[in-house]
Structures are given as C-alpha cells and as structure tokens.
Design a binder for this molecule. Structure first.
Ligand SMILES: [Zn+2]
Length: 238
C-alpha cells in the first residue's frame, strides 16, 4: 500500500506531521530463546528495539547467561513473567529480580505449588532455590509488555492450576509454557495437573489462535498452531 502524507494535520509542524502520519510498521521484536538449567527450560527474552525495555519469561536457571544477553542487547528488564510454578521455570526468578529490580508475575492459582519448591527440587535432583516472592498475579484479560510489544495473558490450567500462555498478536507468537509442545502436551500427573482441564485449555484457548502462530513451548523445538492442529496426536480429532 502506498502511503500518502495526510494534508489534514494542520496543527502540527510538517516534520511532526510526517512522523505522525507515517504508517507504523511492526518494528522487529528482539526475541532470544535459549534453554536454561538441567531440564533445558526454554527461557525467552523479549525486547523493544526503540525503548530498550524487556521482559524475561521463565528464567528457570543460568541467570548469568540471561544477564549477559540483556547486556548484549542493551535491554532493561521491566517484568519477569513465569508461565507456571515448576522449579525449572521459576528457579532463577529471585536472582534475576535481585539483579534487575523487575517484578515477578505469576498466576495466583500456582501459589500453592510455589510453596513446594523444595519438594520439587528433590523430585528432579536440583538444589532448592529458596522462597520465591510474587509481586503480582496475572490472569486472562491482562496484558504484559516489553516496550511496544504486548502479549495477552491466557490462563490455561491443566499442566498446573495456574499455567498461563502469552500471546503476542502483532508478532503472531505464543509462549506456551508446558501446556503445548511440538507433537505433545504437558504432563498432568503432577500435583495440580488435570487432563480434563488441559484439554479444555488447548481446545478452548490455544487452538483458537491462527494457524500461522509460532509456538515457543516450555521445552524442545518451536512449532506452529497449524502444525499441532494437524498432527499432534493429543489434539487431532478423529
Ligand atoms: Zn512444568
């Protein structure tokens, strides 16, 4: 589409008019995805190239690596978002908060699970990270932001009671936590898990997203909603 500078902006000087009227193309979102900790949880850094503001999603471990990447991109963390309270996703959150001053966000239905981090550590043979304090609960209808890049919070219980996914509509990207994987779905046999709820979350919220949505699962390779709708053995309706 060809852009025309609108001649109707009479109140602003011409240079401002150009800035205001120029179509706003999607600026590239900085998105670093890298596995952290012994369980290789996919941690995401989302950054805004113009404001240099960032959010970190699921800093389960290896916080020195997270901080190095933030420095590399010259980003300042404004929010630490946790998809669910399993140790491999939340274990490094307090260390990152101490280093950046950013608040930690988690759905309140996972607060019980968060109090069991030492038990979880024993399950997986990790060192207990100590208590994690949550600054704010997030739920469906809330928005989390890194500068101009905004994600809708989707409460998707099933893997845990407080599991959430984050959907960036402009970037057509879903951070799925452990709700959806390439070719699989989150396990439901741990405390707070429910097969019935995860199926409701997947069919009701996740699969309502467009096929071209890129899915960043909590572990393993990326996929798309279309790919999973077509071939994920847990989701294909026969
Ligand atoms: Zn998990």
């Amino acid at each position: 589409m060809e852009h025309m500078i609108q001649p109707s902006c009479n109140l602003c000087p011409w240079w401002f008019r150009i800035l205001e009227c120029y179509p706003r193309y999607n600026k590239t979102m900085i998105h670093e995805i890298f596995p952290v900790g012994p369980l290789r949880c996919n941690c995401s850094i989302i950054g805004d190239e113009s404001t240099r503001e960032a959010m970190v999603i699921d800093p389960g471990d290896d916080i020195d690596d997270v901080l190095a990447l933030l420095r590399k991109h010259n980003l300042q963390v404004k929010q630490i978002v946790i998809t669910h309270a399993h140790i491999d996703h939340v274990g490094g959150a307090m260390k990152l908060r101490a280093a950046t001053g950013a608040p930690i966000l988690l759905n309140q239905n996972d607060y019980t699970l968060l109090k069991m981090l030492d038990v979880q550590a024993a399950w997986v043979g990790m060192a207990a990270p100590g208590a994690v304090e949550i600054d704010q609960s997030i739920n469906t209808g809330d928005t989390v932001k890194a500068g101009e890049h905004a994600a809708s919070v989707l409460h998707t219980p099933g893997h845990t009671e407080g599991s959430i996914c984050l959907y960036f509509p402009a970037e057509k990207t879903l951070i799925a936590g452990d709700t959806l994987f390439a070719g699989s779905i989150g396990r439901t046999d741990l405390p707070g898990g429910s097969m019935q709820k995860i199926m409701q979350s997947l069919h009701g919220s996740v699969l309502a997203l467009p096929d071209e949505t890129v899915v960043v699962p909590g572990h393993g390779p990326l996929t798309t909603i279309g790919e999973e709708r077509q071939s994920n053995p847990f989701l294909v309706r026969r």
